[in-house]
Design a binder for this molecule. Structure first.
Ligand SMILES: *[C@@H]1O[C@H](CO)[C@@H](O)[C@H](O)[C@H]1NC(C)=O
Length: 227
């Protein structure tokens, strides 16, 4: 075993944290519909956030509502939530409030989204397949709590639980990232293209995660050599 891997294992053991993995070109497959399954990802921020960006790529044929990325604190279960109520629409929640972004329907293809928010103006950006949608605003002056539980594939209606299984995600998910700042437009596009990205809080190339239930890690099936 390589020294670095051994060291990471020891670190993981000492801190009670999870092992880390480079998930490059891999996906989480959430197999069942509806589903009790989810993935816990770490770490969570150490300080409250005035800015953040969340990006991920997903592929599904669901037409019912589903939660993709759910960041809950004890005080606010929808502290940050990426939710898709129906095809052609996303909701970004910050501090329990949400804005809706209408998106082109995806014609059964992977959809890459990046959502960012800054407290100073309350402005939220929402990028879909490297295209920025008209910006909206919410929760100006708010600060996103630290000490969070971050979950993929379900929406938390309690701290670390309270799932509605009919809002579970079924399908494939990859390239999940979170930054404690707003990404520049160039880096938003780089995330879509899977190009190298700036240092992140949590990221797909070095993800601490724990699968709970029926989620399988598999290589991504690639239909083309681009993206
Ligand atoms: C948040 O972002 C704004 C610019 O968008 C910046 O001026 C501010 O310093 C950032 N705050 C923190 C705590 O990083």
């Amino acid at each position: 075993m390589a020294k670095l891997q051994l060291w990471l294992l020891i670190l993981a053991g000492l801190s009670g944290a999870l092992a880390q993995e480079d998930l490059y070109r891999k996906v989480f497959i959430f197999r069942t519909d509806p589903s009790e399954a989810y993935v816990v990802v770490k770490p969570e921020p150490e300080r409250p956030l005035q800015n953040f960006t969340v990006c991920l790529r997903s592929y599904t044929d669901l037409s019912r509502p589903y939660g993709l990325f759910s960041y809950a604190t004890k005080a606010q279960y929808s502290e940050i939530l990426l939710f898709k109520p129906k095809p052609g629409e996303y909701r970004l929640y910050v501090g329990g409030e949400f804005v809706t972004f209408r998106v082109p329907s995806s014609h059964m293809d992977w959809e890459h989204v990046c959502a960012s928010w800054e407290s100073a103006t309350g402005i939220a950006e929402f990028w879909v397949n490297r295209k920025p949608l008209p910006r909206k605003g919410l929760r100006k002056g708010y600060s996103v709590g630290a000490e969070a539980v971050i979950i993929l594939g379900q929406e938390q209606d309690a701290f670390g639980g309270g799932f509605d299984f009919y809002n579970s995600f079924t399908g494939e998910m990859t390239d999940v990232y979170m930054w404690e700042y707003g990404l520049s437009p160039g880096k938003m596009r780089a995330a879509y293209q899977s190009l190298p990205l700036p240092p992140c809080l949590l990221g797909w190339r070095n993800l601490q995660y724990e699968v709970r239930g029926d989620v399988v890690v598999k290589p991504r099936l690639r239909e083309s050599l681009i993206i």
